[in-house]
Design a protein around this ligand. Structure first.
Ligand code: FEO
Length: 394
């Protein structure tokens, strides 16, 4: 198959994984993903930027064969994680004489993870250049997007930024460039929520750093290439800089209907007071959709029944995930019903140690809800609305 080119001599040689449905053994991939790798030919040297997940290494080598590549001088490794670096050993075998180029921190990780020979790795400092003859890379260290060793590679003459995971999306598509910005927005936001959100502070620094570069194209290592970089840059600006929206995330789990009755009432009470609500049934919820909602939500109302005296495991899982993803949540509370005893509130609030939201008084009741309980939910909804108003959340 003829490989698409970003520009003359810059070829996409990675793999589209249409059928993958789970990443990190955790996150659903409703639209598959891709492992993008790029071959850059200069007048004197040739570089390969990142490789692919080893499960699809034959796609990469087949693409290189199609292009009749008989020599690779540099394998630029922006990130050591195996979905990009995992096929480096194979490429080194097939193209002896090639050198791996990466950050000093990445070098150690490649040796640990892939057992690469130290002598095959050349490290580059922040701002270093690498000439291919008529083309020049500048390496920009960009730590914590999303591992400590990450960098991005800027091809100066072509104004192409090879960003690896940074700005990526889990989306399989046959076209090289973004076709439908709405679809990519959702995929990129899912990716941001799951992978990048915990490192928002570092991402801000890296975004500031990139302001100094003229960028025509952003070529990530997951999902389509951006020929309108402002689309994804602007999206990232919203996700990392904006205050949360006037939105309540309401995941719930209910066994016999009491907690669900409270959820139904609470959703109405919140909506009546002008807030947007994202409600998720945790028995079927996609954790990626939860992550997307966490990017914007100001408040978490976690609704859970009690199992064996404590939180339902599905609710505990949400608290654990939210705490790990470090969203910009400002407020949290718990609603639900218990039968004969409960440690739910202390369990859930004790799991939010990273994000430390202000915990609003829970409405956690014995048995099925009464009129008094619904009135308490109204009061809770009113206090959330007041907090949102005070902060000017829109
Ligand atoms: Fe796509 Fe962090 O690997």
């Amino acid at each position: 198959m003829k490989r698409p080119q970003l520009k003359p001599g810059i070829h996409a040689v990675g793999a589209i994984d249409w059928d993958r449905r789970l990443f990190d053994s955790l996150i659903p991939l409703p639209d598959g993903t891709s492992y993008n790798s790029y071959l850059v030919r200069g007048s004197q040297k040739t570089a390969l930027i990142d490789t692919v997940d080893p499960a699809m290494d034959t796609v990469l080598t087949g693409n290189l064969d199609d292009l009749k590549v008989d020599n690779i001088d540099f394998i630029i490794c922006n990130h050591a994680e195996q979905d990009h670096a995992g096929s480096i050993p194979l490429i080194l075998d097939l193209y002896p004489g090639s050198k791996v180029v990466c950050t000093p921190k990445c070098k150690g990780m490649l040796m640990d993870l892939l057992h690469l020979d130290e002598g095959l790795i050349t490290t580059v400092n922040d701002g270093d250049s690498l000439s291919l003859g008529d083309r020049t890379f500048e390496f920009i260290h960009a730590p914590w997007v999303h591992w400590p060793e990450t960098m991005v590679s800027y091809l100066k003459e072509d104004k192409v930024l090879f960003s690896c995971d940074f700005f990526g999306s889990h989306l399989a598509q046959s076209a090289l460039y973004v076709q439908d910005e709405g679809q990519v927005y959702e995929s990129a936001k899912r990716y941001f929520g799951e992978i990048m959100m915990p490192f928002r502070t570092n991402i801000k620094k890296n975004m500031e750093r990139l302001k100094g570069y003229a960028i025509d194209v952003i070529a990530p290592s997951h999902g389509p290439v951006y020929d309108r970089p402002e689309f994804i840059l602007e999206s990232y600006r919203h996700w990392v800089y904006d205050e949360p929206a006037n939105m309540v995330l309401l995941p719930y789990v209910s066994m016999h209907g009491s907690t669900k009755d409270m959820v139904d009432y609470m959703v109405g009470a919140l909506v009546e007071r002008g807030m947007n609500v994202r409600q998720f049934d945790l028995t079927v919820a996609d954790p990626g959709k939860l992550a997307i909602a966490l990017v914007d939500s100001a408040t978490l109302v976690l609704a859970t029944c009690t199992v064996l005296g404590g939180a339902h495991p599905l609710a505990a899982n949400v608290a654990f995930l939210a705490n790990a993803l470090r969203p910009n949540l400002k407020y949290a509370t718990i609603i639900g019903s218990f039968g004969w005893g409960q440690r739910t509130i202390e369990q859930i609030t004790g799991m939010l140690t990273n994000i430390k939201p202000e915990v609003l008084p829970p409405v956690y009741i014995k048995g099925s809800p009464t009129e008094n309980d619904f009135a308490a939910l109204d009061a809770l909804a009113e206090s959330i609305a007041q907090k949102h108003r005070e902060n000017g959340y829109k």
